[in-house]
Write a protein of this length. Structure first.
Length: 250
């Protein structure tokens, strides 16, 4: 039989749940500093050790960020976070790695289409919608060093992103996930991905500049917010002629 969690484990999980609830309700907005650990521990009626254990886990999950000498902050989406956590395409590389690594390059993003459509079976299932519910479908082309590498097809609920327009999307100040967080209060915390090899369709060949039928990597991503709530379904078709999809584990 599996062992039952002890009292300290139950307590820190409860503290973590309460912290998440306050962050999700934006009692502490993205970028805001949390109160001192001693004050939080007192308000929750727990020891600083228990409070710190919950905070440590939220830092590990990219919900919070610690800055030495400045405190603990609610994580904000940024270009750096996008490159670190959500963008995994890099120029081709093999082991042993060279001593000097190339700095991560932020992709050039071109929006090819922005449409209001009806959810198909796949998008509806991923986002927990009904087939036919209104959705926004966006197509982006991402290039590195002037070379097209990724064709993204993004599906999001029109009800969840009420008021989103093509103009607002195109004129966003940062990444797509920054837009979700800053203008709609929706924070992408993590993503689940499935990758498969696919021959280039006519559309993918045209967008990425590769021969039709050539091998491509297709990555299906479900972006999740608090409580595992799905907020975006994305299919990324990636040309690997000169680039790799890098996965870091640990």
């Amino acid at each position: 039989m599996p062992s039952r969690p002890n009292a300290s484990t139950v307590l820190y999980r409860e503290v973590k749940r309460k912290l998440l609830a306050r962050i999700e309700s934006q009692r502490w907005a993205p970028g805001q500093t949390l109160p001192r650990e001693s004050d939080l521990a007192q308000s929750f009626g727990v020891s600083i050790g228990t409070l710190r254990r919950a905070v440590d886990e939220l830092v590990h999950e990219h919900v919070l960020i610690r800055r030495q000498g400045k405190g603990t902050f609610v994580a904000q989406h940024s270009r750096d976070r996008f490159l670190f956590q959500f963008f995994h395409v890099e120029p081709r590389g093999d082991w042993p790695l060279q001593a000097e690594q190339r700095a991560a390059e932020f992709p050039r993003v071109e929006t090819l289409a922005f449409e209001r459509e009806r959810a198909d079976e796949t998008c509806a299932a991923a986002l927990r919608l009904r087939i036919g519910d209104p959705v926004f479908v966006v197509q982006n082309r991402l290039s590195l060093s002037g070379q097209p590498v990724t064709h993204d097809v993004i599906c999001i609920s029109a009800a969840l992103f009420k008021g989103l327009t093509e103009k607002r999307f195109l004129e966003r100040a940062g990444t797509v996930y920054q837009l979700y967080q800053a203008e709609f209060g929706i924070t992408v915390l993590r993503a689940e991905e499935r990758a498969r090899a696919m021959p280039a369709s006519r559309q993918a060949a045209r967008v990425l500049g590769v021969p039709q039928g050539s091998p491509l990597l297709e990555v299906h991503r479900l972006a999740l917010s608090f409580g595992g709530r799905p907020v975006e379904y994305r299919v990324s078709t990636i040309s690997t002629r000169a680039h790799d999809y890098l996965s870091t584990m640990g």
